[in-house]
Design a protein around this ligand. Structure first.
Ligand SMILES: Nc1nc2c(c(=O)[nH]1)N[C@@H](CN(C=O)c1ccc(C(=O)N[C@@H](CCC(=O)O)C(=O)O)cc1)CN2
Length: 310
């Protein structure tokens, strides 16, 4: 059984550096990609589909394309107008499914209202579903049957946790705040797979602060700025903040903004033993794990085992 980490002597948590950890993961992906290409001639291929002109989505999709280029992947971006029909989306997904140069397909979320995201996700071949959102991959992750594509942000959270607490998380109390398909449910499943005792808390949870106070590991993925307060945190806990909320920052000048997480950082850092910042914590891991899943998809397409990267 793992030990819960103790509080740092100063009472100020260590900051978990997601940029540094993601850079290490990317180095490993670069190494394994060169090996794959040298031995088989195959170059991993990623297609990213963006519908509409949401500025945050444009930033994320741009970052994904740049990282794929940096790694020498085949990298294509399809940018479609906001009024694209579901039928046109499904046609494009079908073409990408049939393209042998493309090993991974990612449809950036959110999608406009006229497109049913579940229909689109289910149209992606499970072995090309580098987001890990297809029901086959969700089922594989839950059952342990077969090789699942694991959603990028949750997989990134687990690498940060292992980097901070060591490989054995068994027996630790983990509380996940948020129950989305994107983060809350898969990260809870991954924690359970590591033998943590897992609680998924949400907006209807009674006495949420008391539930969070039980946790050795807190994963905040609720999408509400600074909702998790310092006095919700057990001394010595490890806090993973998945939230990315843009708020006004008049102190930086008129019309300026800044990013905050779902955790009140300064308050929590005074109690926790380790905490991820926003920005620079979980966010960079999401992009790195997308590259890892694309490489994994390329390896699996050749019947090769997926390389260990985290
Ligand atoms: N198909 C998907 N859509 C979305 C996903 C996803 O995993 N798959 N996740 C989010 C957005 N996202 C990736 O797509 C993402 C969010 C945040 C970051 C990131 O690096 N954040 C930085 C700050 C960036 C900034 O300045 O705005 C950080 O936290 O340091 C990367 C990717 C929703 N959609």
């Amino acid at each position: 059984m793992a030990n819960a980490p103790s509080s740092s002597a100063s009472g100020i948590a260590a900051t978990i550096d997601g940029r540094a950890v993601s850079a290490r993961v990317i180095e490993r992906i670069a190494f394994e990609t060169r090996r794959l290409t040298d031995e088989t001639g195959v170059v991993p291929g990623l297609a990213v589909v963006l519908v509409g002109d949401d500025p945050a989505s444009q930033v994320y999709v741009g970052a994904k394309g740049r990282k794929a280029d940096e790694l020498g992947f085949v990298s294509v971006q399809h940018t479609l107008p906001a009024d694209t029909s579901e039928e046109a989306m499904l046609r494009l997904v079908g073409e990408l499914n049939d393209d042998p140069a493309i090993h991974g397909i990612l449809v950036q979320l959110p999608l406009p209202a006229q497109i049913d995201k579940n229909r689109v996700i289910e149209a992606i071949r499970p072995e090309k579903d580098v987001d890990g959102f297809h029901p086959i991959n969700v089922g594989r992750l839950a059952s342990g049957a077969g090789e699942a594509m694991v959603p990028c942000t949750p997989a990134g959270c687990m690498i940060l946790l292992r980097d901070t607490l060591g490989d054995d998380l068994g027996g630790l109390e983990a509380v996940v705040v948020g129950r989305s398909n994107l983060v809350g449910k898969p990260v809870a499943q991954l924690l359970l797979n590591e033998n943590c005792t897992v609680t998924i808390a949400h907006s209807r949870t009674r006495d949420l602060p008391a539930v969070v106070r039980r946790a050795d590991i807190v994963v905040a993925a609720v999408g509400r700025q600074e909702m998790v307060r310092g006095d919700w945190i057990k001394p010595g806990a490890t806090v993973i903040d998945v939230g990315v909320n843009r708020i006004p920052a008049p102190e930086k000048g008129e019309g300026k903004t800044r990013l905050v997480g779902d955790v009140a950082f300064a308050e929590a850092a005074a109690v926790a033993s380790a905490i991820t910042p926003v920005p620079g914590g979980v966010g960079p891991m999401t992009i790195a794990l997308l590259m890892a899943n694309t490489l994994k998809a390329a390896c699996l397409s050749l019947g090769r085992p997926s390389p260990k990267l985290g």
